[in-house]
Design a protein around this ligand. Structure first.
Ligand code: HEC
Ligand code: HEC
Length: 172
Protein backbone atom coordinates (compact mmCIF):
# COMPACT_ATOMS: atom_id res chain seq x y z
CA UNK A 1 0.00 0.00 0.00
CA UNK A 2 2.90 2.34 0.76
CA UNK A 3 4.28 1.73 -2.72
CA UNK A 4 1.02 1.75 -4.65
CA UNK A 5 -1.11 4.30 -2.77
CA UNK A 6 1.49 6.33 -0.88
CA UNK A 7 0.02 8.54 1.85
CA UNK A 8 -1.05 7.68 4.56
CA UNK A 9 0.36 4.16 4.19
CA UNK A 10 3.91 5.44 3.65
CA UNK A 11 3.77 7.08 7.09
CA UNK A 12 3.62 3.85 9.10
CA UNK A 13 6.92 2.80 10.71
CA UNK A 14 6.41 -0.96 10.45
CA UNK A 15 9.53 -1.65 12.58
CA UNK A 16 7.32 -0.72 15.53
CA UNK A 17 5.51 -4.05 15.18
CA UNK A 18 8.56 -6.26 15.63
CA UNK A 19 8.34 -6.11 19.44
CA UNK A 20 5.03 -8.00 19.25
CA UNK A 21 6.76 -11.17 18.04
CA UNK A 22 6.48 -14.18 20.33
CA UNK A 23 3.41 -12.65 21.96
CA UNK A 24 5.24 -9.41 22.90
CA UNK A 25 8.90 -10.40 23.18
CA UNK A 26 8.40 -13.85 24.60
CA UNK A 27 5.52 -13.08 26.99
CA UNK A 28 3.19 -15.36 25.00
CA UNK A 29 0.48 -12.72 25.16
CA UNK A 30 -1.50 -11.81 22.01
CA UNK A 31 -0.16 -13.55 18.87
CA UNK A 32 2.16 -11.02 17.25
CA UNK A 33 0.80 -11.73 13.78
CA UNK A 34 -2.54 -10.25 14.83
CA UNK A 35 -1.27 -6.88 15.98
CA UNK A 36 -0.25 -5.31 12.63
CA UNK A 37 -3.32 -6.88 11.01
CA UNK A 38 -5.56 -5.22 13.60
CA UNK A 39 -3.69 -1.98 13.07
CA UNK A 40 -4.24 -2.18 9.30
CA UNK A 41 -7.99 -2.69 9.81
CA UNK A 42 -8.01 0.14 12.31
CA UNK A 43 -6.51 2.71 9.95
CA UNK A 44 -8.76 1.72 7.03
CA UNK A 45 -12.18 1.30 8.67
CA UNK A 46 -14.07 3.09 11.42
CA UNK A 47 -16.88 2.39 13.86
CA UNK A 48 -18.96 -0.74 13.35
CA UNK A 49 -17.04 -1.86 10.26
CA UNK A 50 -13.81 -1.79 12.19
CA UNK A 51 -15.21 -3.77 15.11
CA UNK A 52 -16.86 -6.33 12.82
CA UNK A 53 -13.65 -6.97 10.88
CA UNK A 54 -11.53 -7.23 14.01
CA UNK A 55 -14.05 -9.66 15.53
CA UNK A 56 -13.92 -11.67 12.31
CA UNK A 57 -10.12 -11.79 12.33
CA UNK A 58 -9.87 -12.79 16.00
CA UNK A 59 -12.55 -15.49 15.70
CA UNK A 60 -11.10 -16.81 12.42
CA UNK A 61 -7.68 -17.01 14.07
CA UNK A 62 -8.90 -19.11 16.98
CA UNK A 63 -10.71 -21.56 14.62
CA UNK A 64 -8.13 -21.94 11.84
CA UNK A 65 -5.74 -24.88 11.52
CA UNK A 66 -2.34 -23.17 11.09
CA UNK A 67 -0.12 -23.00 9.18
CA UNK A 68 -2.02 -22.94 5.89
CA UNK A 69 1.01 -21.53 4.08
CA UNK A 70 3.78 -24.09 4.47
CA UNK A 71 7.14 -22.31 4.43
CA UNK A 72 9.90 -24.18 2.61
CA UNK A 73 7.45 -27.00 1.78
CA UNK A 74 7.93 -28.36 5.32
CA UNK A 75 4.53 -30.08 5.43
CA UNK A 76 4.07 -29.11 9.08
CA UNK A 77 1.14 -30.49 11.06
CA UNK A 78 -1.66 -27.98 11.62
CA UNK A 79 -3.21 -27.10 14.95
CA UNK A 80 -6.21 -25.05 16.05
CA UNK A 81 -5.47 -22.66 18.93
CA UNK A 82 -9.03 -21.88 20.10
CA UNK A 83 -7.36 -18.75 21.49
CA UNK A 84 -5.68 -15.56 20.29
CA UNK A 85 -2.82 -16.02 22.72
CA UNK A 86 0.66 -16.81 21.38
CA UNK A 87 1.24 -19.08 24.36
CA UNK A 88 -1.74 -21.29 23.58
CA UNK A 89 -1.33 -21.17 19.81
CA UNK A 90 2.34 -22.08 19.67
CA UNK A 91 2.32 -24.51 22.60
CA UNK A 92 -0.44 -26.62 21.02
CA UNK A 93 1.68 -26.81 17.89
CA UNK A 94 4.86 -27.78 19.74
CA UNK A 95 2.88 -30.38 21.67
CA UNK A 96 1.49 -31.86 18.43
CA UNK A 97 4.98 -32.04 16.93
CA UNK A 98 6.70 -32.96 20.17
CA UNK A 99 9.45 -30.39 19.58
CA UNK A 100 11.25 -27.94 21.87
CA UNK A 101 10.89 -24.17 21.71
CA UNK A 102 14.08 -23.56 19.72
CA UNK A 103 13.23 -26.10 16.97
CA UNK A 104 13.34 -24.56 13.47
CA UNK A 105 9.85 -25.89 12.75
CA UNK A 106 8.41 -23.58 15.38
CA UNK A 107 9.80 -20.46 13.70
CA UNK A 108 8.67 -21.59 10.27
CA UNK A 109 5.20 -22.40 11.55
CA UNK A 110 4.82 -18.93 13.05
CA UNK A 111 6.14 -17.43 9.80
CA UNK A 112 3.57 -19.38 7.80
CA UNK A 113 0.82 -18.36 10.20
CA UNK A 114 1.85 -14.71 9.82
CA UNK A 115 1.45 -15.02 6.06
CA UNK A 116 -1.98 -16.60 6.61
CA UNK A 117 -3.09 -13.74 8.86
CA UNK A 118 -1.83 -11.13 6.39
CA UNK A 119 -3.60 -12.86 3.49
CA UNK A 120 -6.88 -13.18 5.36
CA UNK A 121 -6.75 -9.52 6.42
CA UNK A 122 -5.94 -8.23 2.94
CA UNK A 123 -8.79 -10.30 1.44
CA UNK A 124 -11.17 -8.93 4.07
CA UNK A 125 -10.08 -5.33 3.48
CA UNK A 126 -10.45 -5.81 -0.28
CA UNK A 127 -13.99 -7.10 0.24
CA UNK A 128 -14.66 -4.11 2.48
CA UNK A 129 -13.37 -1.72 -0.20
CA UNK A 130 -15.54 -3.48 -2.81
CA UNK A 131 -18.57 -3.23 -0.47
CA UNK A 132 -19.09 -6.99 -0.40
CA UNK A 133 -17.77 -7.75 3.06
CA UNK A 134 -19.43 -10.69 4.82
CA UNK A 135 -18.86 -10.66 8.58
CA UNK A 136 -20.17 -12.93 11.30
CA UNK A 137 -18.80 -15.96 9.46
CA UNK A 138 -16.50 -16.59 12.42
CA UNK A 139 -17.69 -16.06 15.96
CA UNK A 140 -16.56 -16.41 19.56
CA UNK A 141 -17.00 -19.95 20.93
CA UNK A 142 -20.60 -20.74 21.88
CA UNK A 143 -19.44 -21.28 25.46
CA UNK A 144 -18.68 -17.54 25.77
CA UNK A 145 -22.37 -16.78 25.36
CA UNK A 146 -23.27 -19.49 27.86
CA UNK A 147 -20.84 -18.26 30.53
CA UNK A 148 -21.46 -14.58 29.87
CA UNK A 149 -25.24 -15.05 30.17
CA UNK A 150 -24.48 -14.86 33.88
CA UNK A 151 -21.00 -13.40 34.10
CA UNK A 152 -21.70 -10.29 32.10
CA UNK A 153 -24.14 -9.43 34.89
CA UNK A 154 -21.89 -10.62 37.73
CA UNK A 155 -18.58 -8.92 38.54
CA UNK A 156 -15.10 -9.49 37.09
CA UNK A 157 -15.56 -11.39 33.84
CA UNK A 158 -14.71 -9.66 30.59
CA UNK A 159 -13.80 -10.87 27.11
CA UNK A 160 -14.65 -13.08 24.16
CA UNK A 161 -11.91 -15.68 24.44
CA UNK A 162 -13.02 -19.30 24.96
CA UNK A 163 -13.67 -19.32 28.73
CA UNK A 164 -13.25 -23.05 29.19
CA UNK A 165 -9.77 -23.11 27.60
CA UNK A 166 -8.44 -21.62 30.84
CA UNK A 167 -11.15 -22.27 33.41
CA UNK A 168 -12.42 -25.66 32.33
CA UNK A 169 -15.99 -25.62 33.60
CA UNK A 170 -15.66 -24.48 37.21
CA UNK A 171 -19.35 -25.16 37.85
CA UNK A 172 -19.11 -28.91 37.21
C1 HEC B 1 -26.26 -19.70 35.71
C2 HEC B 1 -25.28 -18.62 35.85
C3 HEC B 1 -23.83 -18.95 35.57
C4 HEC B 1 -23.30 -19.51 34.43
C5 HEC B 1 -24.01 -19.97 33.17
C6 HEC B 1 -21.86 -19.55 34.65
N1 HEC B 1 -21.54 -19.05 35.87
FE1 HEC B 1 -19.69 -18.88 36.67
N2 HEC B 1 -20.46 -18.23 38.43
C7 HEC B 1 -21.79 -17.94 38.64
C8 HEC B 1 -21.96 -17.45 39.99
C9 HEC B 1 -23.28 -16.99 40.62
C10 HEC B 1 -20.67 -17.48 40.59
C11 HEC B 1 -20.30 -17.10 42.02
C12 HEC B 1 -20.26 -15.58 42.15
C13 HEC B 1 -19.08 -14.95 41.52
O1 HEC B 1 -17.94 -15.41 41.73
O2 HEC B 1 -19.24 -13.96 40.75
C14 HEC B 1 -19.76 -17.97 39.58
C15 HEC B 1 -18.42 -18.12 39.75
C16 HEC B 1 -17.50 -18.39 38.74
C17 HEC B 1 -16.07 -18.38 38.89
C18 HEC B 1 -15.31 -18.08 40.15
C19 HEC B 1 -15.54 -19.11 41.17
C20 HEC B 1 -14.61 -20.27 41.06
O3 HEC B 1 -15.09 -21.41 40.95
O4 HEC B 1 -13.39 -20.05 41.09
C21 HEC B 1 -15.54 -18.68 37.67
C22 HEC B 1 -14.07 -18.77 37.31
C23 HEC B 1 -16.64 -18.89 36.77
N3 HEC B 1 -17.81 -18.71 37.45
C24 HEC B 1 -16.50 -19.22 35.43
C25 HEC B 1 -17.55 -19.60 34.61
C26 HEC B 1 -17.38 -20.16 33.30
C27 HEC B 1 -16.05 -20.40 32.59
C28 HEC B 1 -18.64 -20.41 32.82
C29 HEC B 1 -19.02 -21.06 31.50
C30 HEC B 1 -18.46 -22.39 31.27
C31 HEC B 1 -19.59 -19.99 33.83
N4 HEC B 1 -18.89 -19.53 34.91
C32 HEC B 1 -20.97 -20.05 33.72
C33 HEC B 1 -22.82 -18.08 37.71
C34 HEC B 1 -22.72 -18.65 36.47
C1 HEC C 1 -6.53 -16.87 28.92
C2 HEC C 1 -7.13 -17.52 30.08
C3 HEC C 1 -8.54 -17.11 30.46
C4 HEC C 1 -9.66 -17.05 29.66
C5 HEC C 1 -9.75 -17.38 28.17
C6 HEC C 1 -10.75 -16.63 30.51
N1 HEC C 1 -10.30 -16.44 31.78
FE1 HEC C 1 -11.43 -15.90 33.37
N2 HEC C 1 -9.76 -15.71 34.48
C7 HEC C 1 -8.49 -16.10 34.09
C8 HEC C 1 -7.56 -15.80 35.15
C9 HEC C 1 -6.06 -16.10 35.11
C10 HEC C 1 -8.31 -15.23 36.19
C11 HEC C 1 -7.83 -14.74 37.54
C12 HEC C 1 -7.47 -15.91 38.39
C13 HEC C 1 -8.67 -16.66 38.83
O1 HEC C 1 -9.41 -16.16 39.69
O2 HEC C 1 -8.90 -17.79 38.34
C14 HEC C 1 -9.69 -15.21 35.75
C15 HEC C 1 -10.78 -14.77 36.49
C16 HEC C 1 -12.11 -14.98 36.18
C17 HEC C 1 -13.24 -14.79 37.07
C18 HEC C 1 -13.18 -14.35 38.52
C19 HEC C 1 -12.80 -15.57 39.31
C20 HEC C 1 -12.92 -15.38 40.81
O3 HEC C 1 -12.23 -16.16 41.49
O4 HEC C 1 -13.68 -14.54 41.27
C21 HEC C 1 -14.37 -15.12 36.39
C22 HEC C 1 -15.80 -15.11 36.89
C23 HEC C 1 -13.94 -15.49 35.04
N3 HEC C 1 -12.57 -15.39 34.96
C24 HEC C 1 -14.79 -15.86 34.03
C25 HEC C 1 -14.40 -16.01 32.70
C26 HEC C 1 -15.31 -16.08 31.59
C27 HEC C 1 -16.82 -16.03 31.68
C28 HEC C 1 -14.53 -16.22 30.47
C29 HEC C 1 -15.00 -16.30 29.03
C30 HEC C 1 -15.59 -15.07 28.51
C31 HEC C 1 -13.13 -16.25 30.91
N4 HEC C 1 -13.10 -16.10 32.25
C32 HEC C 1 -12.05 -16.45 30.06
C33 HEC C 1 -8.14 -16.65 32.88
C34 HEC C 1 -8.95 -16.72 31.80
Amino acid sequence: MAEVVGYPFNQIPTEGFSAFKSGVHGWGSICGALVPAIYAINVVAEGDDQVKMINELMAWYKDTPFPIYQPKGMNLPTTVADSSLCHVSVTKFMQAMNIPRDAPERKERCGGLTADVAKFTVAMLNDFADKKLATGVFKPSAVVGECMACHSKLEWAHGKETCTSCHGDPHK
